[in-house]
Design a protein around this ligand. Structure first.
Ligand code: MSP
Length: 634
């Protein structure tokens, strides 16, 4: 069997401090892509590393009185350690101070001097040290960096230039022929218009900086840090090393290169031009993501608002953070990071929707002493519907994962998880006395959970290994194509159930009014309130007259509720997993009616329906019979 290869890279990080959550985000997107391709039996090369030369690092080292090499060395363990703790399964960690890289970059320069693509001249202009980038003066005002907005320094020095201008037309032709080179496509516009506006040759050496790769055969110069750094993507594979020729030819070009939007120009303009000049093929896709922000500002070391991945890990664990970053930090835009939001998402999506489902299936089976779950000879109609729904989900999930839209893929999968929950509640296996039917429901749920566990493995490797283990499945990745297996899967597996020792995911109770449960024989720690406090809450009986699904929401039903003398109100409620729209029509339930109106999915909700969760963890409406709508509960 021919095994496909997948070569994915992250940007290499400036080592002026330990990694922060923004650095983790780029790395995580690459890790999820690598693990996704590993699922279908592909051979993976996943490259990450550190960018260790340049003025910015030399200055940072100087500030703390260290030599640059000693300074950069001091951070490497922190990077490797945090990547390890977050289950980042990289193949190779590149450091640009590695001798092999230094030599290969020098070879690259020698080759391009020979072809005339690199030549010596003089540079005069402006430079942004934090971004390590040359800046063009546009008018007479102070020159600030286009990318970070900081003030630049003026430099005038002899320099070697890369003949970038010669590649303008070829670059434009390449973008036109490869419209999916930059993902998301919308990011291509700025690149194309930058190139169309005219490319000037790029200075690729500095004489006023000492910390860099010595320019070959001209010791006055060091290589400009971006010309050094971009080449890591090929030097890591053995570019310009005779003994690694075959290995290099096997892996290059990269299948996916991940980066933040701040460094697109380097990757989408300079890098392809460097490769064209070297006669090498171009990467297949660049995945460009937005920024993680805190209070609407890019999270960064220099702004002092960076979140420490280690502290976060201690509080929430790697799987939950991986899920949250991948699902809710949509790559297409900047996203606000907040731990409250993280807690809420983890509680609802992971603990409630997924963890609970697994727990209930396994516990229920165990209660009936069902440990070995074989599949029935024939499946019923609901089970076949559920299986078909999975196949539809698989198609959508794969398409989005293949294109790098992992956040969208997870959205599809959660739609399916809600369907499985709805199936389980509707089937009410706890009430089934017929053994064959009981086994059928458990088996269908296990098949669904198995498929979910495999698809989610790239995002939450540890938690999914636990989920699969409780179904009696151990996964090992090699040449086996799990996606093909899921696609062909006729649902004929046998599962060996092992109850979980602890819940798969933690639930965070963010609502202060949540009370602790009573300990055995003791009293619950209910916070006391006065009768006046209670009187402020208006509870009314309401009759649900109309009910419909909210388009685009997996959870919400839109209810039109009759409160008798108090009129009709619209209430949105997240009960769709437990009730169909038709099932609640005509039901008389209890509502809180003096909560501040809230908007959900763009619709206003003017109340909240009361619910309880029964012993089977099924959510139920609190209903009242034989009183007219509008009756107040006191
Ligand atoms: N050293 C260069 C890259 C050279 S690649 C040949 C560099 N390093 S960096 O450390 O400043 O940034 C590395 C990556 O981290 C970039 O993709 C950048 O976008 C990402 N992030 C840094 N802060 C970020 C956020 N607040 N949010 C998301 N990603 C961010 O640039």
């Amino acid at each position: 069997m021919h095994q496909k290869k997948f070569y994915v890279t992250t940007p290499i990080y400036y080592v002026t401090a330990k990694p922060h959550l923004g650095s983790l985000y780029s790395t995580l997107l690459a890790d999820v892509a690598a693990r996704w391709h590993r699922l279908s039996g592909e051979k993976i090369f996943f490259l990450t590393g550190t960018d260790e030369h340049g003025q910015k690092i030399a200055q940072a080292a100087d500030k703390v009185g260290k030599k640059p090499q000693e300074f950069v060395d001091s951070f490497i363990d922190a990077y490797k350690d945090i990547w390890h703790k977050y289950d980042i399964a990289y193949t190779y960690f590149m450091r640009t101070t590695d001798q092999a890289h230094i030599k290969a970059v020098q070879e690259w320069i020698r080759a391009l001097i020979k072809t005339g693509d690199i030549y010596k001249s003089d540079y005069s202009g402006f430079y942004c040290t934090p971004c390590e980038t040359y800046v063009t003066k546009k008018d007479e005002t102070v020159v600030v960096c286009e990318s970070c907005g900081r003030e630049t320094i003026e430099i005038a020095e002899e320099s070697y230039f890369f003949r970038l201008s010669a590649y303008q037309d070829r670059l434009l032709a390449f973008y036109a022929e490869h419209p999916d080179f930059i993902v998301p496509k919308e990011r291509s516009h700025e690149v194309v218009s930058f190139v169309q506006s005219g490319l000037r040759d790029l200075s690729i050496s500095r004489t006023t900086v000492a910390w860099g790769i010595p320019f070959p055969d001209d010791e006055q110069h060091v290589v400009y840090v971006w010309a050094d750094a971009l080449n890591n993507y090929i030097t890591a594979l053995g570019y310009a090393q005779e003994s690694k020729k075959e290995e290099f030819a096997y892996w290059w070009p990269a299948d996916l290169q991940v980066m933040g939007k701040d460094i697109v120009r380097f990757h989408a303009v300079y890098w392809p031009a460097f490769l064209m000049a070297s006669g090498l093929p171009l990467p297949k896709h660049l995945l460009v993501h937005g920024w993680l922000q805190v209070n609407k500002q890019k999270m960064s070391k220099s702004l002092g608002n960076a979140v420490d991945p280690q502290a976060l890990l201690d509080a929430y664990g790697a799987d939950a953070i991986r899920y949250y970053l991948i699902r809710f930090m949509a790559i297409t835009q900047d996203a606000e990071f907040s731990t409250e939001d993280l807690e809420q998402r983890v509680s609802s999506d992971l603990a409630n929707d997924l963890g609970n489902l697994l727990q209930r299936v396994v516990t229920l089976a165990q209660r009936r002493e069902l440990y070995e779950v074989a599949s029935p000879q024939n499946w019923g109609a609901h089970e076949i519907d559920l299986r078909d729904a999975f196949w539809t989900t698989l198609e959508k999930y794969s398409l989005d994962m293949d294109e790098g839209y992992s956040y969208r893929a997870l959205g599809h999968l959660w739609g399916y998880i809600h369907q499985v929950n709805a199936y389980f509640h509707a089937a009410e296996p706890w009430k089934i006395t017929d053994e064959a039917r009981f086994k059928e429901v458990i088996s269908a749920s296990c098949h669904s959970l198995y498929a979910i566990g495999i698809l989610l493995h790239p995002v939450m490797p540890h938690a999914m290994e636990k989920l699969l283990a409780s179904l009696g499945v151990t996964v090992t990745f090699g040449e086996h194509n799990f996606l093909e297996e899921l696609d062909d899967n006729p649902w004929n597996k046998t599962f060996m159930l092992h109850p979980l020792k602890e819940p798969l995911f933690k639930k965070y109770e963010s609502k202060p009014e949540q009370v602790e449960e009573a300990s055995e024989g003791g009293q619950a720690a209910f916070p006391e309130i006065s009768i006046e406090d209670f009187a402020e809450v208006v509870l009314l009986v309401g009759t649900i007259e109309e009910s419909e699904e909210v388009p685009g929401s997996d959870k919400l039903l839109k209810l039109q509720v009759n409160f008798g003398p108090y009129g009709m109100r619209q209430v949105l409620s997240g009960i769709k997993i437990y009730y169909s729209a038709a099932a609640v029509k005509g039901v008389q339930a209890v509502f809180v009616v003096n909560l501040k109106p809230r908007k959900m999915m763009g619709l206003e909700s003017q109340g909240m329906v009361l619910t309880v969760t029964d012993a089977q963890d099924v959510l139920k409406l609190v209903t009242v019979a034989q009183v007219p709508p509008g009756t107040r509960l006191k």
